[in-house]
Design a protein around this ligand. Structure first.
Ligand SMILES: Nc1ncnc2c1ncn2[C@@H]1O[C@H](COP(=O)(O)OP(=O)(O)OP(=O)(O)O)[C@@H](O)[C@H]1O
Ligand SMILES: [Mg+2]
Length: 431
């Protein structure tokens, strides 16, 4: 499975961080590595922070070369902290908030669970969600991600109250692990974006809850689960070629919508586990917790912390922290390649070049004769060769090293639709 990462560029370092917040950041980051006491964590982080503050004060002194651009110091992706076992986008590294992000980290007041944060999503009392999921029973568990567990539940269609299992509206409740600040920031971003944006290819955010330390998100239930489960887990019937093309088109529609919005939204964590399928295999994007507003005016990118999922993130973004809609296009290329090959973006069970899907597949993608060698064997040859070649060509364009060489999502969508419209593109056994 892939790995998660996050690192902070020099430009992102904040000079003033409340000590309790800072404590929580390190506590999150250090999770799983070692069982340090909270006091020790606090001391270690305070030490680190005062080092950073001293360094910045020195840099800011006149004549100290402060007018030179800050050197971007990239922390190692995951050498300092362990990699998580699942393909999650949660931080695995120390992440210090951007100074201008400070406001979004402010915790809502205790009673904020009842303050409307979104015009469309409902504020749920914690107890109602507890009842709706039968006390977050393990039988109701749908899955686990980097930031929390997801449970199935039932609520009243009209009011934010629990309903008996099998009655009312079926929901998926994501309960964030109570680990503070990064989770809270994601929660807020998700409520802000998904609570306002509506599109058939975006998962609907029905509600949220913020009571005390509890942060929850209430989504429409997606009966067929994630694309990741269908492509890489043993069990479900393999997705047909026609369904794979439909999923690619639906996902491209969702991304195009975000990119073309009046205020552009960059998804930043586009991957197979964030594409969910409803009962008819309509695909919808979920998890806008890492989403970022796109550049404005003449700017081509925004500079930000490197966060996302290894294997999916665009190389220039990982190297420089420069994020643009074209970073999502790269990630889309990786998912398209996963749909073609049935292999995950990063496969730890493989060795050498085979570990990273893009590196392994690239030499075969632009060659009609070679392409069939990397096609998913679970398709058993039941795919249209022409449309597979077309999809591989699009994926290759999305995976261009330079962001400018990549097509826009609108162009990708148009190309995919054209492939689908071509006669016999649904199922045609390979000769
Ligand atoms: N709305 C939903 N309906 C049905 N199942 C869902 C829904 N949302 C999430 N799930 C299930 O819960 C699993 C975990 O989702 P979650 O978003 O927490 O983790 P993830 O996408 O694997 O990792 P990350 O934390 O990086 O996003 C999904 O793979 C999916 O199977
Ligand atoms: Mg997810």
């Amino acid at each position: 499975m892939g790995n998660c990462f996050g690192c902070s560029t020099g430009a992102d370092v904040a000079l003033t961080i409340p000590s309790d917040t800072a404590d929580r950041v390190l506590a999150v980051s250090a999770k799983g590595r070692t069982r340090w006491s909270r006091a020790l964590l606090t001391r270690r982080l305070s030490l680190r922070l005062s080092q950073i503050q001293r360094k910045h004060k020195r840099a800011a002194r006149p004549g100290s070369g402060s007018n030179k651009p800050a050197v971007r110091k990239k922390l190692p992706l995951s050498s300092e902290f362990p990699e998580k076992t699942h393909n999650s986008s949660a931080l695995s590294n120390i992440s210090i908030p951007k100074y201008n992000d400070k406001r979004s980290f402010e915790s809502p007041k205790p009673e904020a669970g009842l303050i409307p944060l979104s015009p469309t999503a409902k504020a749920f009392p914690f107890n109602e969600l507890k009842n709706a999921t039968r006390n977050f029973r393990s039988d109701n568990l749908l899955g686990e991600g980097g930031f929390g567990y997801v449970f199935k539940g039932w609520v009243d269609e009209q009011s934010p109250t629990a309903a008996r299992p099998g009655y009312g509206l079926v929901i998926a409740v994501k309960k964030l692990k109570p680990e503070g600040f990064q989770g809270h920031k994601e929660w807020l971003t998700e409520v802000n974006y998904l609570g306002q944006l509506r599109h058939p290819n975006l998962v609907k955010l029905i509600g949220y809850c913020s009571e005390g330390e509890n942060r929850l998100l209430v989504y429409e239930f997606m009966p067929k689960g994630s694309l990741e489960n269908h492509l890489f887990r043993r069990g479900p019937k393999p997705l047909s070629w026609a369904t794979r093309m439909k999923v690619a088109i639906d996902a491209a529609r969702g991304l195009s919508f975000l990119h073309e919005a009046k205020e552009q939204v960059i998804f930043r964590d586009f991957k197979a586990s964030n594409i969910l399928l409803d009962g008819e295999y309509n695909a919808k994007l979920s998890d806008l917790g890492l989403a970022k507003a796109g550049p404005t005016g003449d700017r081509t990118h925004v500079s930000t912390q490197v966060m996302g999922t290894r294997g999916y993130a665009a190389p220039e973004y990982v190297a420089t922290g420069r994020l643009s809609a074209k970073s999502d296009v790269y990630s889309f290329g990786v998912v398209l390649l996963e749909l073609l090959t049935g292999r995950p973006a990063v496969d730890k069970t493989k060795t050498g070049v085979e570990q990273k899907l893009v590196d392994w597949a690239r030499p075969y993608m632009g060659n009609k004769r070679k392409l069939f060698r990397i096609m998913d064997t679970k398709l058993e040859g039941q795919y249209n060769r022409k449309s597979a070649c077309g999809a591989a060509t699009i994926a290759l364009q999305c995976l261009s090293f330079g962001p400018k060489q990549r097509p826009s999502m609108v162009e990708v969508l148009a190309m995919l639709e054209q492939i689908q419209a071509t006669k016999n593109s649904t199922v045609h056994p390979r000769a």
